[in-house]
Design a protein around this ligand. Structure first.
Ligand code: ACO
Length: 324
């Protein structure tokens, strides 16, 4: 195999216009701004408008990522979309986004790893690029979780929001470990934990879409240890000291999980990119949304070493290391 690596050429994001604050949430279920903020760090979340679909969010984020990369859509030969809230059972949301972008070449498909989806999609595209099977890949995390929430269940509906983020990866010659791009990814799953976080509907099981169900405190218990373990394993495999990481861009599930993981690994608070207050948990969209926010506010700069992580339904979890 020739030496190729995936460079992160551009990142983009999109958030729906409508904002639902914690005060707005108080009008929907018996909760309080104080409870939500104290337990999760969330202050508000964005909610997709009626008729605004996951593919619309993903297309907008992809367009911005392409613009930031200075790359035309007609160069894209791979689209991998991470979503647990596709427009339809089929076709894949990736093919709908492909059509909306006007891309007529290459391949497009979805990956389904819920909140870890962006890492799974990025690892997939990275491997396609390293194998020489794609030259310009769009990796998109796009979700409309507002559509699968039980809006009468205060233990779950306060936690999630809608949004999308995207990255353009380009094939570059050189060794991945010397790369300005994706250095290493580490993916895990363990289906024994699937009852702790799942949707109680689906085409084959119930012929319905279903609603998200979660045993939050159980998920919390597993999250910190599994995520920190994956990050440490990845850093060891890459021969990188966690202390040398410039930025930690975690999946934005809950401020307490973010801080628990960073404390466990000795990552100082000022290196942690947190958007959970403004976005809530946007599942597969949360990592690229946070990455994008930190580029836009000037924190993440070209050449910085970035460590990403996530855990989601399945359980699936993992981490990724990249030099931006
Ligand atoms: N408002 C007010 N009270 C509430 C709410 C709410 N929205 N939700 C639950 N409560 C109440 C419960 O009914 C319970 O009351 P009780 O003591 O009278 O029975 C009390 O608050 C405590 O409930 P717990 O579930 O024990 O609360 P906990 O401290 O565990 O916090 C939370 C709940 C925030 C969900 C937490 O468990 C958590 O963050 N878990 C991680 C789950 C997560 O982030 N999942 C995202 C998807 S997976 C991922 O992305 C990693």
């Amino acid at each position: 195999m020739s030496d190729l690596y995936a460079r992160i050429a551009g990142i983009g994001a999109y958030l729906p216009e409508k904002i639902l604050t914690n005060a707005g949430m108080e009008a929907i279920v018996e909760t309080s701004d104080e409870w939500i903020k104290e337990r999760t760090g969330i202050e508000q979340r964005h909610i997709a408008a009626d008729g605004e679909l996951t593919s619309d969010l993903g297309t907008a984020a992809a367009r911005e990522a392409l613009k930031n990369a200075g790359i035309d859509a007609d160069q894209v030969d791979l689209i991998v979309v991470a979503t647990a809230t596709p427009d339809l059972t089929f076709p894949a949301t990736a093919t709908i986004i492909q059509e909306k972008l006007g891309v007529t070449q290459g391949a497009a498909f979805d990956v389904h790893a819920v909140c870890s989806g962006f890492l799974y999609a990025m690892a997939t595209a990275d491997n396609f690029i390293r194998c020489g099977q794609a030259k310009t890949a769009l990796v998109i995390g796009a979700e409309t979780f507002s559509r699968i929430l039980d809006w009468t269940d205060r233990t779950t509906c306060v936690l999630f929001g809608d949004g999308a983020g995207a990255a353009v990866l380009t094939a570059e010659p050189g060794k991945p470990e010397e790369a300005k791009g994706i250095l290493k990814t580490h993916l895990r799953s363990d289906g024994r934990f699937r009852d702790l976080l799942y949707v109680d509907g689906g085409p084959s099981a119930t012929k319905t879409v279903g609603h998200l169900r979660m045993q939050g405190n159980q998920v919390f218990r597993h999250a910190v240890n599994k995520i920190a373990g994956s990050m440490q394993e990845l850093a060891d495999q890459a021969g990188v000291d966690i202390a040398d990481i410039d930025w930690f861009v975690p999946h934005q599930a809950n401020q307490r999980i973010l801080m628990g993981v960073s404390k466990k690994l000795g990552i100082p608070e000022d290196k942690v990119i947190s958007t959970v207050a403004k976005h809530g948990n946007t599942s597969a969209a949360s990592i690229p949304l946070a990455f994008d926010a930190a580029i836009k506010d000037g924190r993440i700069k070209k050449g910085d070493m970035v460590l990403m992580e996530a855990l989601g339904g399945g359980f699936t979890w993992g981490a990724a290391l990249a030099r931006y």
